[in-house]
Design a protein around this ligand. Structure first.
Ligand code: FMN
Length: 201
């Protein structure tokens, strides 16, 4: 794989990554996508199953139609699970102009073989690799979990060439950021216990 030239250390990259929700129109090229996928598949994988596979969508019309399908399904799921009481406002999902993919030029669907023993864990580790690699290369990313109900319908999977034995685990938009960097703060790590060796005498 051609290694991209990046200036950031791994720790700088971890600190710099954040969810980007405004993108420039500039398309992400195929070489860059290949590098991101190569980074993804370097993730640890339980009993070396490598259960992942990818769908790349760069067709704005398809992205818009998937977004339109995603909004009502997500709202229905939120209502069914009582999540609207969790302090979030979901009104934006009823707006016709809202694009759940934030008009990013690229959506990468990280799919997993559902029957693999640690399918979700493997795919999420691959997802973080992909997002950190993207960040180091000056790209923004955002996980779009709200699109999962729509992406995993039988009809959509057929349309997107996703075999029945796979499901979409991590939809990630990728693009060139068009906003100020706003870092979402984190709580300090909660340490439940810290056991040290006992020294006698
Ligand atoms: C499983 C998962 C699903 C997410 N789904 C969405 C989503 O549908 N839309 C969105 O804008 N952000 C989504 N996010 C991004 C989170 O909102 C974001 O990671 C969190 O607020 C922390 O901000 P940061 O990524 O900038 O550090 C999702 C993140 C995860 C891990």
């Amino acid at each position: 794989m051609p290694l991209p030239k990046v200036e950031m250390t791994i720790f700088e990259t971890i600190l710099a990554r954040r969810s980007v929700r405004r993108y420039k129109a500039r398309k992400v090229d195929r070489t860059t996508i290949s590098i991101l996928l190569e980074a993804a598949v370097r993730a640890p994988t339980a009993i070396h199953q490598e259960p992942w596979a990818f769908v790349i969508i760069q067709d704005p019309q398809l992205l818009r139609s998937l977004s339109d399908q995603a909004k009502p399904l997500f709202v229905a799921e939120v209502q069914e699970r009582g999540l609207e009481r969790a302090g979030h406002s979901y009104d934006v999902f009823t707006s016709p102009s809202f694009n759940v993919f934030y008009d990013a030029s690229t959506l990468i669907l990280l799919c997993g073989k559902t029957a693999a023993p640690s399918c979700a864990a493997d795919c999420w580790l691959a997802a973080e690799n992909l997002m950190l690699a993207a960040c180091a290369m000056g790209l923004g990313t955002c996980v779009i979990g709200c699109a999962l109900p729509a992406l995993n319908t039988a009809e959509t999977k057929i349309k997107l060439n996703i075999p029945e034995k796979f499901s979409v685990v991590a939809p990630i938009v990728v693009g060139y950021p068009d906003d100020e960097i706003i870092h979402v703060l984190r709580k300090s790590p909660v340490i439940l216990a810290n056991f040290q060796a006992v020294h006698n005498g």
